[in-house]
Design a protein around this ligand. Structure first.
Ligand SMILES: [Zn+2]
Length: 197
């Protein structure tokens, strides 16, 4: 288990006064600007019943991920892009072919155009930022990653998922891969807090 306690914290009076109680600030979390969170949810709602997808840009320091910009992207999924994408990913990671479950479509799958992703990456780098995550929606499904999400997820990135039920957003949860390529959940924060109980 990672040692959250030893992570460096920004200097603040809160840290000085609360050393004897659990330091919730050190738990792995995703901080996202509230307007960006709203934009992500709105994108999911408008895209329903199809899956939406987009990029989060910000900074990453071990288990503290800060998203300060959201880039809604087009869902580039179609049978052809899916074949190319899966072939490239399987070659890179030497994974076995994931089991087919639901019939794939833009209601069950998303792909971001790699060229569009590079454009965002360049924009971010120019300002000392980086792509820190990819969000997508789950129409009529829980905000829990599917096996497909797990198979094709990249290490380090955070994966927020917006569940949309009957056209209405119902839940947002954020996930990230551990060293065994299993997802663990990140606390989602929109406020700056040094000690929240
Ligand atoms: Zn998914």
């Amino acid at each position: 288990m990672p040692d959250w306690q030893d992570s460096a914290s920004p200097a603040s009076p809160g840290n000085t006064f609360h050393r004897s109680i659990p330091r919730f600030t050190a738990l792995p979390h995703l901080w996202i600007d509230p307007n960006d969170l709203a934009a992500m949810i709105e994108h999911a709602e408008h895209s329903h019943p199809e899956e939406c997808c987009g990029l989060l840009v910000g900074t990453m320091q071990d288990d503290r991920i800060t998203a300060i910009e959201v880039y809604p992207m087009a869902n580039h999924w179609n049978p052809e892009t899916a074949r190319d994408f899966e072939a490239a990913m399987l070659t890179q990671s030497d994974l076995t072919q994931p089991a087919a479950t639901d019939p794939p479509s833009t209601e069950r799958r998303y792909i971001i155009d790699p060229r569009a992703m590079l454009d965002v990456q360049k924009l971010a780098r120019d300002r000392g930022l980086a792509i820190v995550g990819i969000y997508h929606s789950h129409p009529e499904h829980l905000a829990i990653p599917s096996e497909y999400d797990r198979e094709f997820a990249w290490a380090d990135y955070v994966y927020p998922i917006v569940s949309v039920r009957r056209g209405h957003p119902s839940e947002v949860r954020a996930w990230r891969l551990d060293d065994d390529r299993q997802f663990y959940e990140l606390e989602l924060r929109t406020e700056l807090q040094y000690c929240d109980r």
